[in-house]
Design a protein around this ligand. Structure first.
Ligand code: E4P
Length: 247
């Protein structure tokens, strides 16, 4: 599969530097996506699990770990007290060597998780520090992740965009902060559209996680826009006919 970078350059999907992860919690969909070589990892979160109807978190996660042992999988702690978060982080980390434990940057009272992140990092756990929206948080997370053997910093670019702020310059600055540390990768989270993959690629972001719906749109990449326009006209015409509309 090919795509356009800028106006002329064409690149194969497999040649992208940014690693594409799949964001979701539907087991069948995840297993299907695991067959695609360009899906390099998976992320989940409690909201996605709830939406997918996951009833037993540990069972769901362990089934995914058994089925996908060769790519990073991120599972989030559920607690709000740091002591309990730590217990859960150690438990989740034990599910597999490819598991990254998602630790929110603060608890629900806005208290920083950085001391916990530093402790878990010193204990050798691989973390995915999640729910960051500011560069101050990126700085703090990176400080706490010093010495890690592997970690992701997830900045929710889509939520930044939801507030009317262009996330690209923010993400570009986040790349340069994260690049100061070895073994830490910036993850573009909360993608909103396929274009985000190309934006992440251009700024040198290490990873982007995209929903299964966005991944399905990859077949549109590089599509001729005149042909796409014609298909759009045809779609509206056929739907008008199928609905039996008349004026
Ligand atoms: C990342 O790991 C998160 O699961 C995800 O991208 C959340 O995005 P949202 O803003 O759509 O909730």
């Amino acid at each position: 599969m090919y795509f356009k970078l800028g106006s002329t350059r064409m690149k194969r999907l497999e040649e992208l530097r940014v690693k594409i992860f799949a964001d979701g919690a539907e087991k069948e969909g995840m297993l299907e996506l695991a067959r695609l070589p360009y899906v390099k990892g998976f992320t989940t979160n409690p909201t996605l699990m709830r939406k997918a109807g996951v009833a037993n978190y540990a069972m769901f996660a362990q089934e995914i770990v058994a089925a996908i042992p060769d790519r990073p999988l991120s599972f989030e702690v559920l607690a709000d007290e740091f002591e309990e978060m730590e217990r859960q982080a150690r438990l989740i980390s034990g599910w597999g060597s490819n598991v990254y434990v998602k630790i929110p940057i603060t608890n629900t009272r806005g208290e920083s998780s950085c001391p916990l992140i530093a402790r878990l990092t010193a204990a050798g756990l691989k973390l995915n520090v999640t729910a960051l929206l500011t560069l101050e948080q990126v700085h703090a997370a990176c400080e706490a992740l010093r010495g890690t053997s592997g970690a992701f910093v997830s900045v929710f670019a889509g939520r930044i965009a939801d507030t009317g702020v262009d996330p690209v310059p923010v993400m570009a600055q986040a790349v340069s902060i994260v690049n100061r540390l070895p073994c830490v990768e910036l993850l573009w989270a909360s993608s909103r559209e396929l274009l985000n993959i190309f934006q992440a690629e251009v700024i040198g972001c290490h990873i982007i996680t995209v929903t299964h719906d966005i991944l399905r749109k990859l077949t549109l990449v590089g599509k001729d826009l005149t042909a796409y326009s014609l298909e759009t006209v045809q779609q509206f015409y056929h739907d008008a006919c199928a609905a039996g509309y008349a004026l």
